[in-house]
Write a protein that binds this ligand. Structure first.
Ligand code: CP3
Length: 344
């Protein structure tokens, strides 16, 4: 028994499994009381990410509670800017912050020590593979260059990433240099996660939806394609999920242009379009996280619609974005039960 029993990995290789395997983005997080407890013991959020003992524990919590088919490494996409010495901090209530970068700052960036700075995260991956049930797929991840760059430029989260969009129009050369540097570091980091025991990796482009068509091609597609080519050149068996949130119609050619094995779908993707995308390969998503907060009929109907439309092809059941802190852990239990019973 080994990889053959890992259902999420099998779907990533193109198989249809019924009922579909399930995991949830942000499945380790503040909606779980046991997470909040470990979090309060760990110190800062980055301390939690860089402590293998605590990071292993919070990664395993949702697996113990719900028996999800995949565990996702507990870390954050902003450990890369942290490794680039951008003074990243997570303050209570304000979200992530770091020193905003300018053209000079971009020219001064040095990526060579980032992966060694992330050694504790790789240690977490190694321990997880040893501790997880053999049938649980272990997912590694990182942010896509565009999404990580938006935080590096603004120095914080913003409603529409206007600072990064403006910077990209004004300072195109420096901006593309930043994206390609992030692509190179991130590909090395994902290869290191795979070597440490991750079965597959996911690239989160959470801010892809604010880009126009030409910018989507240049800032979202091109760097992610570069990353995936670099990973597959070195690790030809590696499986990659690419999640471009809010990309809408631009998802039509996203899989083919990036070389991703599977594509993540947010809840705004119509199911008829999702079915079309599934004809070309595995898809993951797209339940609205607010349905998990609402529970009841809203949750049941959302689950059933996805299973009905996408259940006969390669599907990894998931949300269309991360689960939110106000979700009731009981609703998550209901969700898992209903998917495993193949709808109502
Ligand atoms: O999915 C998982 O369970 C694994 C862990 C994970 C976290 N962040 C933990 C986290 C993953 C995969 C991420 C990815 C991430 N981080 C993304 C891409 C996915 C997405 O949600 O769009 C982004 C944009 C970030 C950056 C980030 N980290 C923000 C904007 C915030 C603040 C918002 C918030 O939810 O608090 C974080 C903090 C963060 N990352 C928390 C967790 C559990 C909450 C912090 C805390 O516990 O105090």
């Amino acid at each position: 028994m080994s990889e053959e029993c890992r259902k999420v990995l099998r779907v990533l290789k193109g198989e249809t499994i019924s009922p579909p395997p399930i995991w949830l983005m942000r499945q380790a997080g503040r909606y779980l009381p046991e997470y909040r407890e470990t979090r309060s013991k760990a110190g800062s959020f980055l301390d939690l990410c860089y402590s293998p003992d605590h990071a292993v524990e919070v990664t395993l919590q949702p697996i113990r509670r719900y028996g999800f088919d995949a565990a996702i490494l507990f870390s954050d996409i902003l450990v890369i800017p942290d490794g680039l010495k951008r003074n990243v901090r997570f303050s209570e209530g304000t979200g992530p912050e770091m020193d905003p970068i300018d053209v000079r700052g971009i020219r001064a960036l040095d990526g060579k020590d980032v992966v060694s700075h992330l050694a504790p995260v790789l240690e977490t991956v190694r321990r997880l593979r040893a501790e997880l049930p053999v049938e649980t797929t272990l997912l590694g991840f990182c942010g896509a260059p565009w999404t990580v760059a938006t935080y590096m430029i603004a120095g914080r989260g913003t409603p529409d990433q206007a600072p990064a969009r403006l910077f990209a129009y004004r300072e195109r050369q420096a901006f593309e240099h930043l994206l390609m540097l992030l692509a190179e570091i991130s590909a090395d980091y994902l290869v290191a996660q795979i070597d440490a025991g991750a079965d597959a990796v996911q690239i989160f482009d959470s801010w892809a939806g604010v880009l126009g068509e030409a910018e989507f091609e240049a800032f979202a597609v091109k760097p992610v394609a570069r990353m995936i080519a670099s990973i597959k050149e070195r690790r030809p068996q590696a499986k990659v999920i690419a999640f471009a949130k809010g990309a809408g119609y631009l998802l039509k050619t996203y899989r083919q242009r990036t070389g991703a094995d599977a594509i993540g779908l947010d809840w705004s993707v119509p199911l008829s379009f999702a079915a079309e995308l599934q004809r070309e390969g595995p898809v993951q998503g797209n339940l609205d996280p607010m349905r998990v907060v609402a529970g009841g009929e809203a949750l049941d109907a959302g689950i059933d619609a996805i299973l009905q439309t996408l259940g006969n092809g390669p599907l990894i059941f998931n949300l269309g974005h991360g689960i939110t802190p106000q979700a009731d852990p009981e609703n998550v239990a209901t969700l898992v039960r209903r998917v495993r019973a193949q709808g109502g």
